[in-house]
Design a protein around this ligand. Structure first.
Ligand code: PLP
Length: 373
């Protein structure tokens, strides 16, 4: 059976060149990067070159990049350290953030009694910037945690505007750029972001590796204790091949950005056009969404809704109803719950997320299959 992968916001296939790079590193760079002999130093050099590559594409200093196992780990570390070590007493966020952020904040609220303020989004998923300004004008040591591109709807936050507001009010800004990094330009010389988190598997790199950007002037405390790796901020022997693979994947994403963005933009427009032709009542969730995510509300009956993912899967089609951890679950998405009315939440919303590996033929097959359900 044909397999059609339209779930690229959950994870992406690894590029061939990235696999080749990782295999080479695994075969020849087996040294422990902390060893002082030449085999260890050579592995260390791979890590530092990878750090420089990532920094080059984000226009920051290599020393500001810290490798982690995932974006989830990076977010846990940064928010926890902000509360424990920077004396942050309030976190401003929104209810449409990824659970990596939301559950970390809940844990910090329980453990440290930190205040949490939520900025609402409207029915299009657009953030209430006036409310954010109002909250920021209260005098209290704050970290703002808001994502760039929403992983379920593709709604884009204006992170430049958020960063400027944060700095005007002396608040720190933590930004989850997991869905946008490698898919759009991010210039940290210009963006007033203090902390950024990213994950390699979202940009055609390996799973189990990510990084944090921590602006030079900010000194965090470690979450994981042990060796001196990553300036002692993140102990544990580095996964050299994964770090090398991540750097290669980010580099290739930026080298091919223009062509791949054009290709994906066209695929998304084509998919929406086909869906609208066959289901005139289809509604797009979210306004002005990112070019690789299309979240649609389908005018289907309750019976069809319950089995939709299963039925598509039986035909070899991978899409999602929300974030990966919720796919298959019939719980309504916490993101759409903030945007849609009760009656629409019961209908099937599908997240279709594209990569440059998809084709128009795959979209035709997907839409045909939906028609036949
Ligand atoms: N933030 C967003 C927006 C995501 O989409 C994801 C992954 O689903 C994460 C954070 C978590 O990333 P990781 O898989 O590296 O823990």
């Amino acid at each position: 059976m044909k397999k059609i992968y339209l779930d690229n916001a959950a994870t992406t296939p690894i590029r061939r060149e990235v696999i080749d790079e990782m295999v080479t590193v695994m075969q020849s760079e087996y040294g422990n990067p902390s060893s002082t002999h030449s085999i260890g130093r050579s592995a260390k050099a791979i890590i530092e070159t990878s750090r420089k590559t990532i920094a080059k594409y984000l226009h920051c200093n290599a020393q500001e990049i810290v490798f982690t196992s995932s974006a989830t780990e990076a977010t846990n570390w940064i928010l926890r350290s902000a509360v424990k070590d920077f004396g942050v007493t309030r976190i401003i966020t929104s209810k449409v953030e990824h659970h990596a952020t939301l559950y970390t904040i809940l844990a910090l609220q329980q453990e440290f009694g930190v205040q949490v303020a939520y900025v609402n989004v409207d029915c299009d998923g657009v953030l209430d910037y006036n409310k954010l300004t109002e909250l920021l004008s209260e005098d209290c040591k704050t970290v703002v945690s808001l994502m760039h591109v929403n992983n379920e709807t593709g709604v884009i936050n204006d992170i430049h505007r958020i960063g400027v507001l944060c700095h005007q009010h002396k608040a720190l800004f933590h930004c989850d750029t997991v869905q946008s990094i490698g898919k759009t330009e991010l210039d940290l010389q210009v963006l007033p972001i203090d902390f950024l988190v990213a994950s390699a598997h979202k940009f055609h790199g390996p799973k189990g590796v990510g990084f944090a950007f921590v602006r030079k002037s900010l000194v965090l405390q470690p979450m994981i204790f042990g060796g001196e790796q990553e300036k002692g901020w993140r102990a544990g022997t580095e996964s050299v091949h994964q770090i090398a693979g991540m750097a290669k994947a980010l580099e290739l994403s930026y080298v091919h950005l223009t062509e791949e963005r054009n290709c994906i933009t066209e695929l998304k427009a084509y998919c929406l056009y086909q869906l609208q032709s066959f289901f005139p009542d289809v509604i797009v969730n979210g306004k002005d969404t990112f070019y690789n995510i299309l979240n649609v509300l389908l005018p289907f009956s309750t019976e069809k809704t319950a089995m939709i993912l299963f039925n598509l899967d039986m035909k070899g089609i991978a899409v999602s109803r929300g974030s990966a951890c919720q796919s298959g679950s019939i719980k309504p998405s916490h993101v759409l719950a903030e945007m849609l009315q009760e009656k629409d939440l019961a209908k099937p919303s599908l997240r279709i997320s594209f990569s440059h590996y998809n084709t128009k033929e795959e979209i035709d097959y997907f839409v045909e299959t939906l028609k036949e359900l």
